[in-house]
Write a protein that binds this ligand. Sequence first.
Ligand SMILES: Nc1ncnc2c1ncn2[C@@H]1O[C@H](COP(=O)(O)OP(=O)(O)OP(=O)(O)O)[C@@H](O)[C@H]1O
Ligand SMILES: [Mg+2]
Length: 302
Amino acid sequence: MSLTTSTPAGPARAGEGTRSAQPGPLLQVSGVTLEYATPSHVVRATHQVSFDVHAADRYVLLGPSGCGKSTLLKAIAGFIAPTEGEMRLDGQRIHQPGPDRVVVFQEFDQLAPWKTVLQNVTFALLASRRMGKAEATERALHYLDKVGLARFVNAYPHTLSGGMKQRVAIARALAMQPRILLMDEPFAALDALTRRKMQEELLQLWDEVRFTLVFITHSIEEAMVVGNRILLLSPHPGRVRAEINSHQFDLHGGGGAQFQRTARRIHQLLFDEQHPQPGDEAEQNNVFWLRPNADGYFNISV
Ligand SMILES: Nc1ncnc2c1ncn2[C@@H]1O[C@H](COP(=O)(O)OP(=O)(O)OP(=O)(O)O)[C@@H](O)[C@H]1O
Ligand SMILES: [Mg+2]
């Protein structure tokens, strides 16, 4: 175990000191505070959130409803500017939306109902003016095949199930070949069995394509299955509570003792006021505690 103290300049970054052998992060979120101005007052959605996402990470933002997860995703997508801190993609400051970041939402109605499955995917490619129709069609068919919809390319969205519509949205996003795929609770509106299947398919797709994913959920189990790292956010306004390595868990580890123990720890961290102490059982669970001290934060890694 190692103990590292943060620099006086600011709070420790999640995972700092544990990934020094890695190349630089693809996405850097540094001290980001996000606020909404309403006519009567200002709503603070997140408070000084920092984390790094590396290429091919499956990075999960996990926290209770209202802690600012969707707001963080919108800021990464470039729709909202931070009131404090900054976000950088490949070292470039994010200040507007771009085709290098594509979002898949929870809602099933994110497809254009008057376009076929194929047209929904090619439309996004053609609108970005990066290729002609033939290439766009070829690429769309490739990704629709990857999500198992080769037989449905000429179907209209209203004839598809919720899971199939989400597969189209995922194919459309991947076809854009973004630097980061942003997913905001994409499976939350699906029944339990379909949700499980979609998680499995997403992991298989990741195995084949190795895209970089930022994935939002408020399901602890989904976070552990989908993510290789999980950022835990406190209730409103969202602050970083901890970052957890979860690469050792997969769809088949749900019943395992370590899976259950880590899930309990995450639950405790998210919902209990009494946090586990450094040096206790958490050390076996790859949990990095980020705790405030007089100077800022300190970071214990195992
Ligand atoms: N357009 C808005 N105007 C004012 N306040 C907003 C707006 N959108 C979100 N908020 C507030 O910002 C906070 C964070 O909202 P956000 O939607 O990011 O939470 P979340 O973590 O995604 O929640 P959930 O899990 O329910 O989706 C909440 O208090 C919410 O009420
Ligand atoms: Mg949300």
